[in-house]
Design a protein around this ligand. Structure first.
Ligand code: URP
Ligand code: ZN
Ligand code: ZN
Ligand code: ZN
Length: 473
């Protein structure tokens, strides 16, 4: 037989097109699209349901080293299992440099964590927290050349943050070596000043996390990040944009013709600050993330940005901390003051079904825009396109067939190792009926089909959202 697999009657959506075709797969890749293709060794019927490229989750945290007793609940096994069951076939988590650590050592350690465990393909972003001359002049250029073509820098968190001069130095490396810089934009000193005052007056419950990080904290840092990237003349990706005021800064930057890209996440569409608690209840610790969720009106601002092209990428920012023993309660059962709650919420499995249900099926975005935000653009921004992010001859056979029927989100049905989902009880209208990774069925709508170690590490090329800088520039 010419083909390992033929998927019949697929109603295919890419970032640009919708068309009906059969999809033929050989050696894990799409080798033909057409009508009435010859038989394959295996046949699947999409039954005229929508078929989209597998999701690329370009912002998720898996098995990142934490200071004990804090630990991430998901490693590459459970994290990529959950991804696959939610339609995501490529993940890009972070190899994080600790201050004082060499970046190469951080990457090596992270490879050991992934080895033999991943069920889907994966790449690593770098996190640069200590930009020594060694890192700037040798390690970072070498790693970029070896296929780690993006890195995240932080403007907040004591153990990660860079000052403006350091950010300029790192952005210059991104410019020189054609890498994508991702920026976490929140003003660290404002957060520290507010947090100390809240703590001094006994306001330590989870909800005060949001009080310590008002919109202006994100707005100021977003503006500064834009200015720094303008000074160096390099594109940036502002990650997990949460608020109206940051959105306004990005709109301004775009109007100036600056190459400022932006990412947002499900928590800013479906949660509000009230989910951190209305009183001093500690259950709200489950929704503590940074930047924090805002209010209802703000959710509409984020939806508008998804619909009108402001946002380039929709990621999960999956940060898996269990409530018991980590995020809400310490191992002994003692409640954690907001300043010490590990930031981040799980969402690697629910990202696509939420946006498909509430975005596509409720008429807020087209299915093409859905594909662009969740798969094509992340693949382009981080040097994986066209192998990832589209349905085309030569692309990897990473596919999702959508089942449009009602379903309620319940943590007992999810595949991560976190003990809660912030979206418990939400009604969805769709979920993947089938996820294929490299032509293998990894999720059949009911069951996960493990393939530990079959997920490959991807060396990435240069970002392709923009044309290559000409030699003269
Ligand atoms: O609160 C969040 N987003 N935690 C994850 C780490 C990060 O800053 O993305
Ligand atoms: Zn090894
Ligand atoms: Zn961040
Ligand atoms: Zn993150």
């Amino acid at each position: 037989q010419a083909f390992d697999l033929v998927i019949r009657n697929a109603r295919i959506a890419t970032a640009s097109d919708c068309f009906e075709a059969d999809i033929a797969v050989r050696d894990g890749r799409i080798v033909q699209l057409g009508l009435a293709l010859p038989p394959g060794a295996r046949e699947l019927d999409a039954a005229h349901r929508w078929v989209t490229p597998g999701g690329v989750d370009a912002h998720c945290h898996l098995d990142q080293p934490m200071e004990a007793p804090v630990r991430m609940a998901d490693d590459f096994d459970s994290g990529t299992r959950a991804a696959a069951c939610g339609g995501t076939t490529t993940v890009i988590p972070f190899a994080a440099q600790q201050k004082g650590q060499s970046l190469l050592a951080a990457v090596q350690d992270y490879h050991h964590r992934a080895e033999g465990r991943a069920h889907v393909d994966h790449a690593f972003h770098l996190i640069v927290s200590d930009p020594t001359p060694q890192v700037l002049n040798e390690e970072l250029p070498r790693l970029i050349a070896e296929g780690y073509t993006s890195f995240k820098i932080y403007m907040t968190y004591d153990d990660l943050k860079l000052d403006d001069g350091q950010i300029l130095d790192v952005l210059e490396v991104a410019r020189r070596h054609d890498a994508m810089a991702m920026i976490h934009a929140e003003n660290a000193d404002c957060i520290e000043w507010l947090s100390k005052r809240l703590e001094a007056s006994g306001r330590t419950a989870p909800r005060f996390h949001a009080h310590a990080r008002p919109l202006l904290v994100e707005r100021e840092a977003t503006h500064r990040a834009i200015a720094l990237s303008e000074l160096v003349d390099v594109p940036i990706m502002i990650v997990h944009v949460s608020g109206r005021e940051a959105v306004e800064q990005i709109r301004w930057a775009r109007a100036q013709g600056l190459n400022v890209f932006a990412e947002t996440c499900p928590q800013y569409l479906f949660l509000t600050a009230e989910d951190l608690g209305l009183d001093d209840n500690y259950l709200g610790a489950r929704c503590v993330c940074s930047p924090p969720p805002r209010n209802r009106a703000n959710q509409d601002v984020i939806w508008r940005g998804l619909a009108d092209g402001l946002f380039t990428i929709f990621s999960s920012d999956h940060a898996p901390f269990s409530y018991e023993g980590t995020q809400g309660k310490k191992p002994g059962g003692e409640e954690v003051a907001f300043r010490h709650i590990p930031n981040g919420i799980p969402g690697i499995e629910t990202r696509l079904p939420l946006l498909y249900s509430k975005g596509v099926l409720e008429g807020r975005i087209t299915i093409n825009r859905f594909v662009e935000l969740t798969s094509t653009n992340p693949a382009k921004a981080y040097g994986l396109h066209p192998r990832k992010g589209t349905i085309a001859v030569g692309a990897d056979a990473d596919l999702v067939v959508w089942d449009e029927s009602p379903r309620t989100i319940a943590n007992t049905q999810l595949h991560h190792a976190v003990d809660y989902t912030p979206y418990e009880g939400m009604e969805l209208q769709a979920w993947p009926a089938l996820t294929l990774a490299g032509g293998d069925v990894v999720w059949d709508g009911r069951q996960f089909h493990p393939r530990p170690g079959a997920g490959r590490f991807l060396r990435r090329g240069r970002p392709s959202l923009l044309p290559k800088r000409s030699a003269a520039a």
